[in-house]
Every structure is written in C-alpha cells, then in structure tokens.
Design a protein. Structure first.
Length: 142
C-alpha cells in the first residue's frame, strides 16, 4: 500500500502539468489548418500558442505600433495524391528584442531557413489570404 501511495504522489503533479500545458498550447493547429479563415479567427480568439514548422520564404523589416521587428513568411506544403502539391503560409511578426542576431543576414532571416516557431495567431488577412501571428519563441532546425 505504501508503494501505491508514493507512486500516486509522483503521478498527480505529472497529470496536472499536462492538463495545464494543453490550456496554454493548442497542438491541433498547424500551417495547413490555419489556411482556413474561420480556424485562424478562432485561434486568434482562443489566444493559446500554436507550434508551427516550415521554411522561411522571406522576411522584411516591419514596425508595429508597439515595437520594431521582422515579418517572416513561413511556408510549408504537402502532396495531395501523386500529382498535386498544396502550399500553406503564415506571416509571423518577430519582435526585434527576441531575435537571434547570429541568424540574421543584413538584418533579415535568410530565405530557406527551417524554423520551429511558437506563436500566437493574431488573425487572418483577407486581402493577402494569409493567416498572421506573433512569435513567442523560435528555434532554427538544421
């Protein structure tokens, strides 16, 4: 009985941690699902972090009302059957203070860099047809 009690003492915090982590991160969304304006709008309202992975198609210097940084266009895609390829993208605002300066070339993130990004979706741009997000953290994948 003592072994079961000790096991439960260790198990309860682990179970509690996973529940609170899901309340902060939405693991159900990716680049392909964000291409739907309704999904992107719900994700923006939800406010949870999404994890996105893809290649940098390009980056440009940008200013928002709060701060300066970069807007990175992240792209990904998938094969549909054997004859069709579908591509997905998201424009992500990177805060100047959170950028890894060693990664930058001429103040921009080089196209073709592969990134894993934790971001909060801010909405869907109806004009460009691309979801938009704000970076929380990122890692360069090699």
């Amino acid at each position: 009985m003592k072994k079961i009690s000790v096991f439960l003492l260790f198990l309860i915090p682990v179970l509690g941690w996973s529940q609170s982590f899901d309340s902060v991160v939405n693991f159900d969304l990716e680049l392909s699902t964000l291409s739907d304006p309704l999904v992107a709008g719900k994700a923006a309202e939800d406010g949870r972090i999404v994890i996105l992975e893809g290649l940098v198609a390009g980056s440009e210097k940008a200013e928002s009302e709060e701060d300066e940084g970069l807007i990175v266009t992240l792209i990904g895609g998938e094969w549909i059957g054997t004859s069709d390829v579908r591509s997905y993208s998201c424009r992500i605002f990177f805060n100047e203070d959170q950028l890894n300066k060693a990664l930058l070339e001429d103040g921009l993130i080089p196209a073709g860099s592969r990134l894993l990004i934790a971001a909060r979706v801010t909405g869907y741009n109806d004009v460009s047809g691309i979801p938009e997000a704000r970076m929380v953290s990122y890692r360069v994948l090699r």
